[in-house]
Design a protein around this ligand. Structure first.
Ligand code: NAX
Length: 325
């Protein structure tokens, strides 16, 4: 049996975590041979609810779960952590745009970044979920200079999975036959779901669907799916977001399939002309715990313009939160 790893999860008493924690503890994220210690962070008023979640985790008798630490002290939560899942933040409510959240949530990520810089291992792998996820990851990165920037990512896998479902439904093919889906950019309505390089059952997706559907229906449907769920549910996506986190971390740690890639927001190295240092979503392959941006894809002018618009939004968000960085 491997040595246990420490997984820190913030916002642990919230909606997403009510699904996420149980799936981590069951071994779905890091593998069925990987024992886990959960280090759960919440704000003080939510500690009572967090206790109840601990009781339920205990009552599952998960064989891999070695310990659960519940705390409102971020220093305790991040000490010794191997993985950090940053879910804790205010969720977007009905009629609220992500930009509205920037001020409140940016503050959380700036103070958590400073604490991580002080107590965490520079090798801790981080996935930021709390919105606006890319810019929160950017703020965290700027406040934690000891951390390797390549270990800081933001969640785009929910968008990637939403896009995969839409294409599978349109082509009437099973989900596993869809490969090489890409989401470029920001986790916002400027994101660029792109089927240009996709295959469906080994054939080019662009031969199976027409460009009007891809450009005028598919892109806005995926980009606005979060708002559609909020309108129907009264609160933001939870179980599907938790599933995205599980998929994101599993791909990163255990690797991607040979003939496929995933979408992750990572620190740009200038690939595809995107400003270095922005946390931008690219097509990504992973091996031995390291990610690489898929290189050499030819993008149409239509997609390139949209990629640049999403990049501009991230530049603007970075500008807005300059005082937090
Ligand atoms: P909830 O409000 O149910 O849970 C958030 C939890 O975070 C609460 O329990 C709250 O007490 C806690 N919290 C607040 N400040 C904290 C702090 N400083 N330290 C630790 N914990 C803190 O929201 P939930 O539905 O779980 O969503 C969490 C975040 O994920 C939101 O920002 C939401 O917008 C974002 N999402 C991101 C998605 C993505 O794909 N990147 C999709 C789903 C979701 O919209």
């Amino acid at each position: 049996m491997k040595q246990p790893v420490r997984v820190t999860v913030t916002g642990a008493a919230g909606q997403i975590c009510y699904s996420l924690l149980f799936r981590i503890a069951s071994g779905e994220m890091l593998g069925e041979d990987q024992p886990i210690i959960l280090q759960l962070l919440e704000i003080t008023p939510a500690l009572r609810v967090l206790d109840a979640i601990k009781m339920e985790l205990d009552d599952c008798a998960f064989p891999l779960l070695r310990d659960i630490i519940c705390t409102d002290d971020a220093k305790v939560a991040f000490t010794g952590a191997d993985y950090g899942l940053m879910v804790g933040a205010k969720p977007r409510g009905p009629g609220m745009e992500r930009a509205d959240l920037l001020k409140d949530n940016g503050q959380i990520f700036s103070s958590i970044g400073k604490i991580i810089n002080e107590v965490a291992s520079p090798n801790m792998k981080i996935c930021v979920v709390g919105n606006p996820a890319n810019t929160n990851a950017y703020i965290l990165m700027k406040n934690a200079p000891k951390l390797n920037p390549n270990n800081i990512s933001a969640l785009m896998r929910l968008d990637h999975n939403r896009a995969t479902y839409q294409l599978a439904e349109k082509t009437n093919q099973p989900m596993h036959t869809i490969k090489k889906m890409t989401i470029w950019g920001n986790h916002s309505t400027t994101q660029v779901p792109d089927i240009s390089h996709c295959t469906v059952d080994g054939k080019k997706a662009t031969d199976r669907v027409d460009a009007t559907w891809a450009n005028e229906e598919f892109i806005p449907k995926v980009a606005k799916r979060g708002a559609e769920v909020i309108a129907a549910r009264g609160s933001s996506s939870a179980a599907s977001a938790a599933n995205g986190v599980i998929n994101h971390m599993k791909s990163w740690v255990l690797g991607t399939e040979n003939d496929n890639w995933v979408s992750m927001a990572v620190c740009s190295d200038g690939s595809y002309g995107i400003q270095p240092g922005l946390i931008y979503s690219f097509p990504i392959t992973c091996q031995d715990g390291e990610w690489s941006i898929v290189q050499g894809l030819e993008n149409s002018d239509f997609i390139t313009q949209k990629m640049q618009a999403s990049e501009q939004e991230l530049k603007d968000e970075a500008e807005t939160c300059a005082d937090l960085c």
